[in-house]
Design a binder for this molecule. Sequence first.
Ligand code: NAD
Ligand code: UDP
Length: 332
Amino acid sequence: MEAVPWELERRLSPGKQEKELNMNILITGGAGFLGSHLCRRLLKSGNRIICVDNFITGSRQNLQDLLKNKKFKLIEHDISRPLSVKDKLDWVMHFASPASPKDYLQHPIKTIKVGTLGTHNCLGIAKAKGAKFFLASTSEVYGDPKISPQSEEYWGNVNPIGPRSCYDEAKRSAEAISFAYFRQHNIDIRVIRIFNTYGPFMRIEDGRVVSNFIYQALTGKDLTVYGKGTQSRSFCYVDDLIDGIVKFMKVDYPGPVNLGTPYEFTMLELAKKIISFTGSRSKIKFLPLPEDDPKQRRPDITKARKLLCWQPKITLDQGLKKTIPWFKDKLK
Ligand code: NAD
Ligand code: UDP
């Protein structure tokens, strides 16, 4: 186990298991890509879900199959504003936030608000209900990292006033306030840092690289590689990530824990794979690299391996081959 501050270490008891069934779970951002997968997965294992979303980047359509389920409740609400919940809650899971650079660059203030005020509101709900709190943080807390792979001990290299700061700093402050509630109010928290995740239910034109390239390849448009395409990312298939989240809910440790795949690809490699897997005639077009775009990103998942006995199972090739048909279907 890596060195963790003593007050966190004393909370560590990886063997402690907890029932997954029959819990009341509030999920913010439940109508988004990851949130809708999480709602589906936790409903399937017998829990009741209250999904809170304002649809800024998510959609009711992502929840179509769940809306008739008696154990599923949808509340349309901006979680940056206080929310009063009558139900008992076992977990508050905070996933609400624009997550694609295209989205948060379009909504910088709303992104800061949901990371700061939204997290505060969720922690307040968790405290009032005696519930556990789960934060979906991000690899973006490492900024444009100067070390690779990034372990949880790395403090990052973030430009506090750059265009991405609305997201990066909001998530860093979301982590800070979660740990303040953990230390001051003894709230039981779990913080994960999610690395680039993809799969069905992404918005087709959300601007993230996997969705963009698949959409472009399937519609015969040129694939837009930013910069020289030598920057790297590590892509995790959504089912693997959701498995990691559910495992983390059962372990008594606040985090942060990196969840992602440790295999790194350049954007040029990704573009070529997607052209090949879609059988597209699209070409590659080079566009300017956005400001502060991280040059590399790869998680050190030693902690997740040891603590959760988790590692991703689905390769990038397998995951893309599961994702492309979903996009094809949506484009019909
Ligand atoms: P997404 O944009 O598909 O989903 C976000 C959801 O949050 C949407 O349904 C949106 O409408 C909702 N939302 C945003 N602001 C809200 C507000 N103020 N009140 C209520 N609802 C609000 O993004 P995603 O990829 O599903 O990401 C979910 C979470 O995971 C985010 O917090 C993101 O930072 C984190 N994350 C995702 C990735 C990834 O690769 N997908 C990587 C790192 C972190
Ligand atoms: N990218 C790209 N073409 C696109 C979209 C993104 O080359 O059409 C690059 C982007 O510059 C970044 C990487 O792909 O280096 C991942 O971008 P994404 O928006 O998916 O998420 P990020 O990891 O930057 O948050």
